[in-house]
Design a protein around this ligand. Structure first.
Ligand SMILES: [Zn+2]
Length: 386
């Protein structure tokens, strides 16, 4: 089907256009034009004079939402989360595991790998772009809300054995580079074209420098669950700011990171060096008091946060829809880069996704004047309408 979206404004990482006509053909953007006075909408067209059209958000760190959890490891839970994400403008995501018994991690991986190769991927929800393994090769002293009893010493042999043929679906592995065996694992992952991401770590600057030499190129939820910046020991945060080799994930929910710290990171790295993530958990979009279990521990939704009984933040209730709004010190183009374009590039999809440009996949979101998602398109199909 061919149709057009006529939007009052359109923005992507390259800039802003007023009164734009986007022609969509076979799931791709065929053409961009200007919505002039003599341009009349056809019956199939979507007219949105007050809306902002942006590239669909790409969330590379997401555990669940709307009461469903990707660690349930079922097709039903994956589809439910994929659909929930479209309510918040996400058109592609990495199904993200937590540190857990291997059988649970590989089950979630297998379900996501299967979905990636299904013709139905992206038909009714956001597209599964792969898997982010958050653990189990992390540092117990920076575990955050990850269940400590399932943390493992880094092992290439174990990871290869446990993931088997589904390894191809793994796009990011969060690990602590200071653990024994981690540098070998980083080298192996890098050879396999899998992003080794530094996270849940107490690494010193020297240890991060060695990880970068081994191939690490990414930092998991920068500031959270890592050694902070200090004058004589830059830690992981200082390394993330100083080293251009690293791209940093950031949870801009105004709970995990102070907005000034968000700005400091983005100003230090440049907009192209930061990827906004949700780190969303099942409690996202659920009512106050909603409780779910992370391993054995209850996580309760309260006052915009999700916490363990001891008060530790356990993932976030953020959506990229809200992150896009929270990042208002930055321009529309900069915010689009940090919610879509940069993630697409990191995943090797920079020629297909993350821009409103001819030839690109028609993964698009219409945002209302209030910033809320009005309509979400995945591969040109309307999958959600408010
Ligand atoms: Zn996480």
């Amino acid at each position: 089907m061919t149709y057009r979206i006529l939007a009052g404004q359109a923005a992507d990482a390259r800039g802003v256009r007023q009164r734009t006509v986007v022609t969509i053909e076979g799931g791709r953007i065929a053409e961009l034009g200007t919505w002039t006075a003599d341009c009349k909408a056809e019956p199939n067209d979507i007219e949105a004079p007050d809306a902002l059209l942006v590239p669909g958000f790409v969330d590379i760190h997401i555990h669940g939402g709307g009461g469903r959890y990707l660690m349930e490891g079922t097709t039903d839970s994956l589809q439910a989360v994929a659909h929930h994400l479209t309510h918040h403008g996400v058109t592609g995501f990495l199904s993200t595991t937590i540190t857990a018994p291997w059988q649970e991690q590989t089950q979630a991986l297998a379900i996501a790998a299967k979905a990636m190769h299904s013709p139905d991927n992206g038909k009714e929800g956001a597209e599964v772009l792969g898997v982010h393994l958050e653990g189990p090769y992390i540092n117990p002293i920076k575990k955050g809300a990850q269940p400590g009893q399932f943390i493992r010493p880094p092992s290439i042999e174990e990871l290869a054995r446990e993931t088997g043929e589904d390894l191809h679906a793994v796009k990011v592995v969060t690990l602590a580079p200071e653990m024994e065996g981690a540098l070998e694992l980083i080298r192996w992952l890098t050879q396999k074209n899998i992003i080794a991401s530094i996270g849940h770590t107490n690494a010193t600057y020297a240890e991060i420098a060695a990880a970068i030499d081994a191939g690490a190129r990414h930092v998991t939820h920068c500031y959270n669950a890592m050694r902070p910046l200090d004058s004589r020991e830059p830690g992981v945060v200082g390394a993330a700011m100083a080293r251009t080799e690293l791209t940093a994930e950031l949870i801009w929910d105004n709970h995990h990171v102070h907005p000034a710290s968000c700005r400091a990171l983005i100003q230090a790295k440049g907009v192209e060096g930061v990827i906004l993530i949700s780190d969303g958990i099942p409690g996202t979009s659920m009512p106050e008091g909603y409780t779910f279990h992370l391993g054995d521990l209850p996580v309760v939704v309260k006052g915009g946060t999700a916490r363990l009984p001891d008060g530790t933040l356990a993932g976030s209730l953020l959506t990229l829809e809200t992150a896009f709004q929270n990042a208002t010190p930055f321009t529309l183009a900069q915010r689009s880069a940090m919610t879509s374009r940069n993630a697409a590039i990191a995943l090797g999809l920079g020629n297909e996704k993350g821009l409103i440009s001819a030839g690109y996949t028609a993964d698009l979101v219409l945002l209302g004047a209030d910033g809320r998602v009005q309509q979400t398109f995945v591969g040109g199909r309307s999958v959600y309408r408010a």
